[in-house]
Design a protein around this ligand. Sequence first.
Ligand code: DAH
Length: 344
Amino acid sequence: MDKVATVDPTDLQQEALSAAAEARTLAALNEVRIHYLGRSSALKLALRNVRDRETGMTLNAVRETVEAALTAREEELARAELEERLVTERVDVTLPAQLLGPPKLRPRGTLHPSTLVRRDVEDIFLGLGYEIVDGREVETTRYNFDALGFPDWHPARSPRASLFLDDHTVLRTETSPAQIHKMEERRPPIYMVSIGRVYRRDTIDATHFPIFHQFEGLAIDEGITLADLKGTLLHVMRELYGPDREMRFRTHYFPFTEPSMEPDVSCFNCGGAGCPICKHSGWIEMGGSGVVDPYLYEFVGWGPEEYTGFAFGMGIERTAQLRYGIAGIRPFWENDLRFLRQFR
Ligand code: DAH
């Protein structure tokens, strides 16, 4: 009772207002609120014991003033605390990722050299207006041999040379069957390239592997000549191996071209003077090519002299070996990361 009697409303208000103003945090402000307005605060006790109206009104006015001051201070502190958090908890999204914690970045993969060459070859031929077509890895002997003019006795038809699934089904030994599929699908003009895996029953050594990739080209139109073949391959070789390359043809034999030729490109390493890469000849063998044998036109039901065309086929791994200086074919298939990581 004494305590209540000694409460001076003006002092109490003054004290509460300065306590509110001095509170530095919301938690501290809450303490102030409990102390001055809580259930056992001097003010509440005094209010509970009020006997006359005047004292009641005075104490209520004090309570409202303190209440308002606390609310105002609370808003102030809440705003300040938010601002403080916005500053201290700011994330700089421009910082390098590692600085935010231990490096968790996934290691970045690389493209296989065969893929790099395949993409380059595709780009070169797309630039010449060729279409890229898919072939079939599992072929019938009709497409892999008959349509391409392989005689019955040809050694490639032997199960010792090729991988047969049954008497009439073989893992294609070259990409050339893609030519026939395209010719059956559509009349010329045909300008196509087909890239993919081929299979041969080779024993693995430095230069042989039973799976490898080839790219196959076919151009059939009216009035195509050997000069077009040479111009096209010269362009492709210069795109792949540099603008100073020259080409030469050596006559050869393939069952589906007549005449047939093996294109050589001048050595990009020694410029023709002779070095280990070109086996000291100044020239590097690139694959096979020739003028489409009219037998193929007849096979797909066209007249033998309606069109003329040329074709060529080359190895993807061999191209990659020459471009990147890779010794042998085995590294292409060993999945050794030390090798693969070099191609970025
Ligand atoms: N298919 C032949 C091989 O694997 C390469 C080839 C030669 C493809 C002459 C052709 C070509 O298109 O006309 O050895």
